[in-house]
Design a protein. Sequence first.
Length: 186
Amino acid sequence: MSVRILALVGSLRAGSTNRQFAEAAVTLAPDGVQLEIHEGLGDVPFYNEDIDADGTVPQAAARLRAAAEQADAFLLFSPEYNGTIPAVLKNAIDWLSRPYGAGAISGKPVAVVGTAFGQYGGVWAHDDARKSVGVAGAKVLDDVKLSIPGSLTRFADAHPADDEEVAAGLTNVIEALRGQTASSAA
């Protein structure tokens, strides 16, 4: 049985190193793991209960939920904006948490990784993302971490996929997600 991991990238910037991290994860996914980056998070409107009703859910939010329903696990890639999680990633978590207690992310394994320019690699944002997705009902892998500092200089001339530390770290994260998915199904 193949494990489906849905990647959500918290940066909309075309040259985002977190997007490059996600691309690297796709190429590093072993046989038996299908890792897909969800496109279109920037098109999902801010969560508003008034538009989250049968027949009125915006198309971009409905696509996100449908992709999440098909996923066995999630891998969140987060930069750090002003010391916390980017709005686009928090908004995706909000949409996936509804209906409360039965959202598409509920009970599924989630890991949070990423890179940021600062010396800690986005640790505050990653911690906030873990907290938010945990409150949303996901099974957060709190001990699975990968926060790479100095993104602008470290990856100025190289893709994160070519960085041995990143490749090894992402491989470990993917294996941990696969292991949690297998234990959840048992």
